[in-house]
Design a protein around this ligand. Structure first.
Ligand code: HEC
Ligand code: HEC
Length: 329
């Protein structure tokens, strides 16, 4: 008896589930042809304070954040060029060279954490890094605050927005708010996902199918096509032994957690603007996208993939580029 009831119940539940889940999806598809995908379209945050965004932009372009007034955030994160700096490693004050490739700042508000090893848990916290790093801006909050307080324009802007005026918290808040506005919406691929079947070419569609079928989306997924997990570089073969010269930066996430299983793990980077941000990988060792895709297939998925497939995947990656920010402060 109990068995009979539960069978009936199951049947009823299955029908209900079908009505609730499957039927409306089918309806929606019929109307808009939205694509079901492990990648989702980017959306601009609706609630950012426009005046804070403007102040954050001014600070982002402000070389006085560095010890010798020569290096702004934009120096290493060129918004017109995809938000990176186009070189293997970055150069800070006095030409000092860093040891890691500069990632894009676009869409950074969506990252699970900041930096290749995720050592900053928020955009606000991230700002402490470059401002104090001896090979980047080489400054400190006391010096920065003194310089900004000597500028009447900054006093006016901060006083209008923040009770305490110019201080480290408010500088971090304004820069982070500006960064959250840097969302590259409206890419051809997003328009395709939202139902515009002609937004991308046949080759790009084929590249997208390959990207999914090879398994790239097991790591590069979500709205940022990455940046939502940490994964080992070298799942199927030893990337670091092959490259040689292992250094401290190569330990990745391990440097933050101290857990042995986090060695060689990195934040899976976003591929949203990857066609604009060569060279590649945390070590900046890969010069072309072609080589990056081949290395990914080999080291992360254990495959050698044909040249035509690499080209189609790159064509797909091109369709991920949305609107860049072209305003100056
Ligand atoms: C001298 C070059 C340089 C300067 C100046 C610089 N950055 Fe960076 N930035 C880098 C490098 C290199 C990394 C990656 C470092 C790492 O992961 O250890 C990075 C990482 C970041 C990230 C994390 C992105 C991600 O995907 O993990 C953000 C956000 C960022 N920078 C914003 C800023 C802001 C804001 C400023 C100014 C306050 C700034 N940067 C100044 C070179 C620079
Ligand atoms: C197991 C997880 C994983 C898989 C699967 C994977 N990737 Fe990656 N991908 C990563 C990680 C981690 C990095 C960062 C490597 C580093 O830090 O040096 C990366 C980096 C990249 C980069 C360089 C991005 C940059 O800004 O430097 C590209 C391009 C890329 N992947 C494309 C692909 C493609 C195409 C595929 C499928 C053929 C793929 N990935 C499969 C984890 C993965």
């Amino acid at each position: 008896m109990i068995f009979w009831i539960s069978e009936k119940l199951k049947h009823g539940l299955a029908t209900m589930l079908f009505m609730v889940l499957v039927w409306p999806v089918g309806q929606a598809q019929a109307e808009t042809m939205k694509i079901d995908s492990p990648i989702s379209p980017l959306v601009k945050p609706a609630t950012l304070d426009a005046d804070k965004v403007a102040l954050g932009r001014k600070l982002f372009f402000e070389p006085r954040l560095s010890s010798d007034n020569s290096i702004s955030c934009a120096h290493c994160h060129d918004l017109a060029q995809g938000g990176g700096d186009g070189s293997k490693f970055s150069f800070g004050v006095n030409g000092a060279e860093g040891g890691m490739n500069s990632p894009t700042v676009y869409n950074a508000g969506l990252n699970v954490a900041q930096f290749w090893d995720g050592r900053a848990t928020s955009l606000e916290e991230q700002v402490n890094g470059p401002t104090h790093n001896p090979v980047e801006m080489n400054s400190d909050w006391k010096t920065i605050i003194t310089k900004l307080k000597n500028d009447s324009e900054y006093n006016r802007l901060f006083d209008g927005l923040y009770k305490q005026g110019i201080n480290a918290d408010n500088i971090r808040d304004a820069i982070a708010t500006f960064e959250r506005s840097l969302v590259t919406i409206n890419s051809p691929f997003d328009r395709y996902l939202l139902g515009d079947n002609s937004a991308i070419s046949a080759k790009q569609k084929q590249g997208y199918a390959l990207f999914v079928n090879y398994g790239c989306t097991s790591c590069h997924q979500g709205a940022n096509v990455g940046s939502n997990m940490f994964e080992v570089l070298g799942v199927f073969d030893d990337y670091f032994r092959k490259r040689g010269h292992i250094n401290n930066n190569d330990f990745g996430r391990f440097n933050v957690t101290g857990n042995e299983e986090d060695k060689y793990k990195f934040k899976v980077p976003s591929l949203r603007l990857v066609t604009l941000t060569a060279p590649y990988f945390h070590d900046g060792s890969v010069e072309t996208l072609d080589e990056a895709v081949q290395k990914m297939a080999y080291f992360q998925l254990g495959r050698r993939i044909p040249k035509a497939d690499v080209e189609a995947i790159i064509a797909f990656l091109e369709s991920l580029v949305g609107e860049l920010d072209s305003q100056t402060p």
